[in-house]
Design a protein around this ligand. Sequence first.
Ligand code: GDP
Ligand code: GDP
Length: 455
Amino acid sequence: AAEEGFDIEEVEGAIEEAGHGPLPVLAVVGRPNVGKSTLVNRIIGRREAVVEDKPGVTRDRVTYEAEWAGRRFKVVDTGGWEQDVLGIDASVAAQAEYAIEAADAVVFVVDAKVGATDTDEAVVRLLRKAGKPVVLCANKVDGPSGEADASYLWSLGLGEPHPVSALHGRGTGDMLDKVLEALPEAPTQTFGTAVGGPRRIALIGRPNVGKSSLLNKVAGEERVVVNELAGTTRDPVDELIELGGVTWKFVDTAGIRKRVHLQQGADYYASLRTAAAVEKAEVAVILIDSSESISVQDQRIVTMAVEAGRAIVLAFNKWDTLDEERRYYLEREIETELGQVAWAPRVNVSARTGRHMEKLVPAIETALAGWETRVPTGRLNAFLGELVAAHPHPVRGGKQPRILFGTQAGTKPPRFVLFASGFIEAGYRRFIERRLREEFGFEGTPIHISVRVRE
Ligand code: GDP
Ligand code: GDP
């Protein structure tokens, strides 16, 4: 490395940064209007305009990446609350439940000016049951005079209330220090505890694509869908199902069956639940309804899984309904609308007839294998050397930037760092990704490539 103009510490630093494993997840929960979205904006240090959202407007995103004091983590915002027939308690509980499920630590936001309400108490009970570390945020303490309001919140029994003004930033730094103490370095439930356990599958897709039908089919029995209020009964959320002689864990299956959410005010819950399930899983099986046009909502779900860095399988359901014409258009739509996951294994299934159910497991195994692939440094550099010699980067301003060497910094999904002598254009990066995939497979997995340029 040294003779190429990079010093060893720089190289090691770049590899460590690029190779970071999955990030721990922080959930921000609380009643509507306590300031959750304002706080999330402050934590992520960006104005993503989540506060400006109109009620009832579907959020594109519920998870964000954040960094504080040099540590990176994910934040799940549950601020996209919608009033629905469940009533306020059940709605708040339902969203908190999903978020807490996926989280490694929780910030519970209470409006210190209002004090603790019955709904707050209900959330506290959920938090107790979940047993995750909790930091209590007493929000809207905009000045010293509000501190007394905050101290009343000791009564919630969650320990010290941290007085914060999410709006003005007062106290948020101290609170985030506490959050970092509570947050494990790596996700505990997703990757920590389950090493060697059953592989975890998130079955996701927009409402009515057939998730519940598929789950019933693969589980080999019809289940009764219980129409119950979320938060009142605790379903086992994960389900162990044997497929192809192997036991798999389908995560958050209770969410799939809680149809009550799918009928009312459902969009936001659906995306929150999808995000939670994706966080908990290694592989996402994304169900798409072949009988309908591929929608923006389908694409959002795909993006969520890609950004989370999960292995991905595309399952085109309701294949039994297709006629020649629809099949023709579907193939065109897949090309134009799902280009970002052209590398994902694809199965054409019918949860109704059972068509091609047996192809699901091989596809999942293929995706997981790609996700875990590690290319030895020697092989990678032999490949890069040939590639650069045969297809050099275009000359820019009289100079020709070159990829000097590279290494795979991590897996799950594969992450590469390439070291270059000058700026590498986006087109050339895409070319490298394409060639990497041709050479080494990576079927069913996103891959990350970062490029370091010699100063
Ligand atoms: P959410 O529904 O919990 O996500 O709440 P929002 O973040 O949308 O905030 C609700 C309202 O409270 C907005 O009008 C915010 O400007 C306001 N708000 C949020 N944080 C603070 C704060 O620290 N102090 C004051 N005074 N108002 C705040
Ligand atoms: P979910 O909301 O994604 O869980 O979807 P459901 O499993 O509840 O299915 C929605 C509707 O699609 C139901 O009426 C199912 O009977 C129907 N459905 C599910 N899978 C198939 C399939 O493979 N073929 C056909 N024709 N209908 C299906």
